[in-house]
Design a protein around this ligand. Structure first.
Ligand code: SAM
Length: 223
């Protein structure tokens, strides 16, 4: 837990770099996405669409996003969700700082940013209509607690969706994840494969659809 926390405090300080990679925004970002994650620009667009595929158009209920990170991918989308009550949680206050300045720049209202641990969410059972998790489950150290908590706070019939890294799709990505992301404390093993993820989500949810773009699995589940 400490290693992950320290790693993302550092990323928070360097959020500019992180955001450039995640948004495919310039040559640096495009090269990193292509070399390490196997995503060219077309695949990157599919990755984005897949990550947010579970949010219904015009959604206006209560949404939890965990982890929000710097919010570079998600926060701009919340501008179109005026009626929704949005709560965004992250462990790292540095990542949250970057997210906070983004909400100010975007002039977002109705979005609450909270420091917290996915393994012990500060919300009542079944509080949310939708739980979104983008690039979180390959990071969380206590995955059992994270699966449990994200399901606990979701109402029956609610949607759990997002994306995560899965191993076994791209050998170069797997090598990079093991030798760099895990060693530097950015990711926590063990990692799901496409098959184990589908099995796990089938056990937890009434319906679960898993897709993938390269090593990123997208999931849309109904409780
Ligand atoms: C790879 S980033 C993803 C952030 C964001 N969803 C995105 O795609 O940019 C992983 C995030 O998980 C957060 N994190 C790690 N462990 C956590 C935990 N136990 N509870 C909540 N957030 C956690 C980190 O601080 C970091 O911001």
């Amino acid at each position: 837990m400490r290693k992950i926390f320290d790693a993302y405090q550092l990323v928070g300080d360097l959020s500019n770099f992180y955001d450039r990679m995640l948004t495919n925004a310039d040559l640096f970002g495009r090269l990193a996405l292509k070399i390490f994650w196997g995503l060219d620009s077309a695949a990157y667009e599919k990755f984005l669409a897949q990550a947010f595929a579970g949010i219904p158009k015009g959604f206006s209920g209560r949404l939890l996003e965990v982890p929000v990170g710097t919010g570079v991918l998600s926060l701009p989308r919340y501008r179109e969700m005026n009626g929704a009550g949005i709560f965004c949680v992250d462990l790292s206050d540095k990542m949250l700082e970057a997210a906070r300045s983004r909400t100010r720049r975007l002039n977002l209202r109705g979005v609450e940013l909270l420091r917290g641990d996915v393994a012990s969410l500060p919300f009542a059972d079944e509080f949310f209509d939708l739980v979104l998790s983008i690039n979180g489950f390959h990071v969380f150290p206590d995955k059992t607690a994270a699966w449990h908590e994200t399901r606990r706070v979701l109402r029956r019939g609610g949607i759990f969706c997002g994306c995560m890294y899965v191993k076994g799709v791209n050998r170069r990505t797997d090598f990079f994840v093991e030798k760099f992301c895990e060693r530097q404390g950015f990711f926590s093993p063990p990692h799901e494969t496409l098959t184990t993820l589908q099995v796990r989500l089938n056990e937890l949810y009434a319906r679960a659809e898993v897709t993938h773009v390269e090593s990123f699995a997208g999931f849309v589940c109904t409780k």
